[in-house]
Design a protein around this ligand. Structure first.
Ligand code: PGA
Length: 257
């Protein structure tokens, strides 16, 4: 059975003081959980070092929200994969729709970043998802297929095993309007099928596919109990310990057959 992965994408929120406050609250509550789900926090770059020291000895892991496709050099403002691993990051979100929309990231660029992340053993959380316009014009499957092919281009079977895919319909992100459990599960099944065609069914079966887009304490249980939804990438609801831990709890319960 696939273990659920609940990740908090804090986006550009929380300075180091606020980071410490939230992680200290989460630490108190996470004591009740025994690794039934993987919990990953993705604060901004400036909070990662502080966050690392605070999650030490807890089941919580650390991720970044982006990284460069380059190893090092004259790339002002960028952060490399190795810089992330040396401070204790184990995950990195790549190709988030906000990066695609505001910073013009393409599938090719995301693919280059995925390869760099894998080289230093960072687990990439690779985001895909259609816009409202694409959904309404009935091309969701085609868009998702193109994105999956693009971001996974030339990965080996060993490499795909280390990846997580996050299905995040753009129209559901930050809007309070989540995909219905059935809508999301359909796309998750499609992603698994696409991966089975590109690699093999046995690899596709093991692939963790998260859902993201207005997941919250109320809808998490329904979403996470779907056959092909293996976790969540949570934005707004990850910024408060109550709501984030309610989603972690939903992940734990959804796991019980
Ligand atoms: P949201 O964001 O939960 O606030 O919709 C999810 C995401 O962007 O990863």
């Amino acid at each position: 059975m696939r273990k659920k992965v609940i990740a908090g994408n804090w986006k550009m929120n929380k300075d180091i003081h606020e980071t410490a406050g939230l992680i200290n609250e989460l630490k108190e509550r996470i004591k009740d959980f025994q690794n039934e789900v993987d919990v990953v926090l993705c604060p901004p770059f400036t909070s990662l070092v502080v966050a690392k020291s605070l999650v030490q000895g807890t089941p919580m892991k650390l991720g970044a929200q982006n990284m460069s496709q380059h190893d090092d050099g004259a790339y002002t403002g960028e952060v490399s994969a190795r810089m992330l691993t040396t401070i204790g990051c184990e995950y990195v979100i790549l190709g988030h729709s906000e990066r695609r929309q505001y910073f013009k990231e393409t599938d090719d660029l995301v693919n280059a970043k995925v390869k760099k992340a894998l080289k230093v053993m960072l687990t990439p959380i690779i985001c895909v998802g259609e816009t409202l316009e694409e959904r309404e014009s009935g091309v969701t499957d085609r868009i998702i297929a193109a994105q999956i092919k693009g971001v996974l281009h030339e990965l080996s079977s060993e490499e795909i095993q280390k990846c997580i895919i996050a299905y995040e319909p753009v129209w559901a992100i930050g809007t309070g309007k989540n995909a219905t459990p059935d809508q999301a599960n359909q796309v998750h099944k499609l992603i698994r099928k696409l991966v089975s065609q590109l690699f093999s069914w046995s690899l596709a079966e093991k692939l963790v596919i998260q859902y993201g887009g207005s997941m919250n304490a109320q809808n998490a249980a329904d979403l996470l109990s779907q056959s092909d939804i293996d976790g969540g990438l949570i934005g707004g609801a990850s910024l408060k310990s109550d709501t984030f831990m309610a989603i972690v709890q939903a992940g734990v319960e959804a796991r019980i057959p």
